[in-house]
Design a protein around this ligand. Structure first.
Ligand code: 7RM
Length: 634
């Protein structure tokens, strides 16, 4: 049985053991899983190459741990509850036996299409159980899944397919999010035109939208499944064989294909799910993230299924058909653990308490928050109105690269402090460094958040670009994994995440690189250069502010800005559209040609009282002009 910590002193004890004898600590946890062959070496690592191997030599298949292992005792228990976008449509419940049947069948489908161990498969799907089935089927045959969030454009989709040279694309006809219709198959078709590696496209008919199927390339999911056998012997994988790639944004360049491997990721997501949320048998767990982001991978699919839990997948959005949708969802499914993002909480806060009226939320036991810092006001609102004052909030800090939660309270165990992610989980050795690279010790400190020892769930590389893995995470500070986040440690040793210290912005919990937005804006015929920064946004956390330079007169700057916004939507996806575009005569550049983003950030924040030293600028007078322009559009 996977260990579950049950008191604060047990947490403290586990933490100390995990530091003094990390290998022994994780070995005990690894025992709780099903291995085809035991591992030979628990940990082999260095942060210089970097090289990280956990449980080397072990053989297993993660789907035997997610599914097969549960069949004897909980075959008839619901594994996945699916709540559709439209609350009047039918709910689906899939038991562990049914999940097994579907995953085995789809494994055979993929194999029949020529997918073999190590091949990459792209999944571009709505929030339907088939998305999870597709992921698990890939894992069962040893193929590497690369899920792309269904809000991405065809260009972004094709960039991701091409980077990993995916052989198969799994998609659906389309989907509805609230009242918005998204033609996934059309977008997929546009992507495939510029993605020559795709040999096969499998289409799940979700909404019966009219679509075009290309003979010999496109196949209907249901048709393929109808003739497929429900038995598929799982492929034996090595602990360190890749499980999936998931693209995420960095401060510069194209998105990074974060690579996770099998055993470490499995053990880490399972352990953190059980301990952070203090999951109890038979409880209904609901994470509102999208399967296209890491939260969906680790805490809708893998973590819950590894624990034999019931996981709820919600297709819709918090505001449809009304702002009481989340609360209806909790009541309807008697949800015990509810895990969502601060941006959703802030968006619902605006509607007051009316949407709660007449709704029974008494099933709730634990609340969770993820994706961005939760401000104190939102924390209290969530605690009082949703949790009725008696559900702990686990503010979970982690990243695509970390695979699972690293800093979080354990529900009902760790004493809480609003807006604090609190303490590191067992196995997580934090370090806070100053700008010069000195590790700061003791309490009441502030600096850049790093981790100095490997944990099983950490990323192993960036797909096909190990050099970039090294330079992005292990080069800022030698022998430390650098998270890109800043944090404060208070007088009690509690951690509060202050946000990114690099050029990554967090818009409604979506991680966006400023460089990606700039590249998209610069494609506009009238714009020659741009600089993008984040600014505080009441609901989204951060909004996107773009400063642009035009090289010729446009008949309407307003039109130009709208075109540029729409273009970003087209190139990246609607979630990355800038909130504000400001046309400027010049950007604040230093003599070496670097844009002083610090100044632009301050201006966008509306805090221009102290812009710091501007003496290294070629022309300090541009700053005043930008300030005036900013006030006009604010
Ligand atoms: C899980 C996820 C990672 C970035 C990370 C932070 C921010 C995430 C919290 C948070 C404050 C939190 N993966 N972040 N969780 N900031 N408190 N509880 O979001 O790769 O998409 O983003 O998100 O900046 O570096 S992610």
């Amino acid at each position: 049985m996977l260990p579950q910590i049950s008191s604060f002193s047990e947490y403290q004890d586990a933490y100390l053991r995990s530091i003094s004898q990390p290998e022994m600590f994780w070995e005990e946890i690894a025992q709780a899983f099903e291995w085809r062959k035991p591992w030979e070496q628990t940990l082999n690592w260095n942060f210089t190459e970097p090289k990280i191997e956990w449980f080397a030599g072990g053989k297993l298949n993660i789907t035997e741990n997610c599914i097969d292992r549960h069949l004897a005792n909980r075959g008839n228990q619901t594994a996945i509850i699916w709540e559709p976008n439209n609350p009047n449509d039918e709910v689906r419940k899939i038991t562990y036996s049914q999940l097994s049947e579907q995953v085995n069948k789809f494994s055979n489908v993929l194999q029949a299409k020529g997918v073999a161990k190590g091949d990459r498969v792209c999944i571009y799907m709505p929030m339907v159980p088939e998305a999870a089935i597709a992921m698990l089927a890939c894992a069962r045959i040893g193929a590497i899944h690369s899920v792309v969030f269904a809000g991405f454009s065809s260009t972004s989709l094709s960039d991701r397919i091409n980077d990993a040279a995916c052989k198969v694309l799994i998609t659906a006809d389309g989907m509805l999010r609230g009242e918005k219709k998204i033609d996934l198959k059309q977008i997929a078709d546009d992507a495939i035109k510029i993605s020559p590696s795709i040999e096969t496209c499998i289409v799940f008919d979700h909404k019966n939208f009219p679509i075009q199927m290309q003979n010999g390339r496109d196949f209907d999911w249901k048709e393929l499944m109808s003739t497929s056998s429900a038995i598929h012997e799982a492929t034996e994988m090595d602990s360190e064989d890749p499980l999936f790639i998931l693209y995420t944004s960095g401060s510069t360049g194209k998105p990074k294909g974060v690579l996770h491997t099998t055993a470490g990721y499995m053990i880490y997501t399972a352990y953190t799910f059980k301990n952070v949320f203090q999951y109890q048998e038979q409880e209904v767990f609901c994470c509102t993230a999208d399967i296209g982001w890491v939260t969906g991978h680790s805490y809708i699919v893998y973590g819950p299924l590894l624990n034999g839990a019931t996981t709820l997948m919600f297709e819709g959005i918090p505001s449809y058909p009304d702002p009481g949708r989340f609360w209806s969802l909790i009541e309807k499914h008697r949800i015990n653990i509810f895990y969502t993002a601060p941006t959703a909480i802030r968006a619902l806060e605006v509607f007051g308490t009316e949407p709660f009226e007449g709704k029974d939320l008494s099933s709730l036991r634990v609340l969770g928050s993820v994706g961005e810092p939760i401000n104190e006001e939102a924390w209290h609102w969530y605690h009082e109105n949703v949790g009725k004052g008696n559900c702990p909030i686990v503010d979970t800090w982690w990243q695509t690269e970390t695979g699972g939660i690293l800093i979080s309270p354990l529900a009902n165990i760790t004493p809480l402090k609003p807006a604090f992610a609190t303490l590191p989980l067992p196995g997580v050795q934090l370090a806070i460094l100053d700008e010069k690279g000195n590790e700061l010790h003791g309490n009441s400190i502030e600096g850049n958040l790093c981790i100095k020892f490997p944990w099983p769930g950490m990323a192993r590389s960036l797909y096909n670009d190990h050099e970039r893995f090294k330079s992005a995470y292990f080069s800022t500070y030698a022998n430390y994994y650098f998270t890109g986040d800043g944090c404060k440690k208070d007088e009690d040793g509690y951690i509060r995440i202050t946000g990114r210290v690099d050029d990554v912005i967090n818009v409604s919990g979506h991680r966006i690189g400023t460089g990606e937005v700039e590249d998209a804006i610069n494609e506009h015929g009238y714009i020659i250069e741009s600089a993008v920064v984040g600014f505080p946004h009441d609901i989204k956390g951060q909004g996107i502010w773009a400063f642009v330079i035009c090289d010729r007169e446009h008949h309407s700057y307003e039109e130009l800005c709208n075109e540029a916004k729409a273009h970003v939507g087209k190139v990246i996806g609607a979630f990355a559209r800038p909130d504000r575009i400001q046309v400027v005569k010049a950007l604040p550049k230093t003599r070496s040609g670097k844009i002083m983003r610090r100044i632009l950030r301050k201006i966008a924040e509306g805090d221009t009282s102290n812009l710091g030293d501007t003496s290294t600028l070629i022309d300090p007078s541009v700053v005043d002009l930008i300030k005036i322009g900013a006030e006009e559009i604010r």
